[in-house]
Design a protein around this ligand. Structure first.
Ligand SMILES: [Ca+2]
Length: 156
């Protein structure tokens, strides 16, 4: 089931197989660009129900994108959700290193920062067991910019 709420954003539809890495990259870039456009902190966090961040979720479960008014890296009631997706694709796995474990937060200048203000950089590894050649790494640098990398080897 796909639930997508978009306020002023184009319709977002996750791909069935190929293109998952581009979709996720596009989502992060859209969140960053929104932070830049509105000069406000925007967070992308893992979510199971599309209405709150969930530390028990994994990145392939779904996520929400919201304006993080109190800069805590977590969704609080009253903060505007820009987009929510509760189903990405059950075939995809997304592994991540610790700085990006629960959320990606973009400040109003487009930089990625933890809630405590520390640099936030890291790597998402996206893999589809049925299409291992589509595996990609999405590397986010300390400026919040993401780039796609074809990994040397990826285990799903
Ligand atoms: Ca918050």
């Amino acid at each position: 089931m796909l639930v997508c709420v978009v306020l002023g954003w184009p319709q977002i539809v996750p791909p069935d197989a190929g293109g998952g890495e581009g979709f996720f990259n596009g989502l992060l870039n859209l969140a960053r660009n929104t932070a830049l456009a509105f000069k406000r902190r925007v967070v992308v966090c893992k979510s199971l129900d599309g209405s709150r961040c969930d530390l028990t979720a994994n990145w392939a479960s779904g996520w929400i994108v919201f304006f993080d008014d109190d800069n805590d890296g977590d969704y609080d009631e009253g903060e505007l959700i820009q987009s929510s997706i509760t189903w990405f694709n059950s075939g995809w796995t997304i592994r991540v290193n610790s700085p990006l474990e629960n959320y990606v937060s973009y400040t109003g200048n487009g930089r990625s920062r933890m809630a405590n203000g520390a640099f936030q950089a890291g790597t998402f590894t996206l893999c589809h067991p049925e299409y291992p050649s589509l595996s990609r790494q999405l590397v986010i640098n300390h400026q919040g910019r993401a780039r796609l990398v074809v990994p040397n080897s990826v285990g799903c």
